[in-house]
Design a protein around this ligand. Structure first.
Ligand SMILES: [Zn+2]
Length: 146
């Protein structure tokens, strides 16, 4: 399976590889393999993803926007299943989440406490990143990161 991803990486240019998020596809695939024996959805998804990669490989590097979108959609479905059913956390999700929370708290605190929104926002942002990174590191340690 990893061979397919490697092969695809060789076929496309760096920019396309980045758009395809091949690293993420690789991680999703590993998780699907892990859960396949006990989860029918994962077993089906694994076949679906493999088929998708085969389709992309057949194009021999001539990928269109449509192809990238299709993979993105499939990937999104699989991530949401892994999150809901297997309690997985997409990498970096907590940083994004807590950054948003930090900014919104910081904005109101900044106005009320410091009478300066910019200070509030930067404080909120810094706290959000700190808390979010901590949560991400925790998830990673527990092996829950996709
Ligand atoms: Zn599953």
């Amino acid at each position: 399976m990893a061979d397919r991803i490697d092969e695809l990486r060789k076929q496309v240019d760096l920019k396309t590889a980045k758009k395809l998020e091949l690293e993420k596809v690789d991680r999703i695939m590993k998780r699907l393999e892990e859960f396949s024996p006990e989860c029918e959805t994962c077993a089906n998804d694994k076949r679906r993803l493999a088929q998708q990669l085969d389709d992309l490989l057949e194009k021999n590097g001539n990928l269109e926007k449509n192809d990238i979108e299709k993979l993105k959609k499939v990937k999104g479905d699989m991530i949401s299943h892994l999150q809901k059913v297997h309690k997985m956390v997409p990498e970096g999700q907590n940083v994004g989440l807590f950054m948003a929370i930090g900014i919104s708290i910081g904005t109101s605190l900044g106005l009320v406490v410091f009478e300066n929104m910019a200070i509030g926002i930067s404080l909120g942002l810094a706290m959000g990143v700190a808390v979010g990174s901590g949560k991400d590191a925790e998830a990673k340690k527990k092996g829950l990161t996709i």
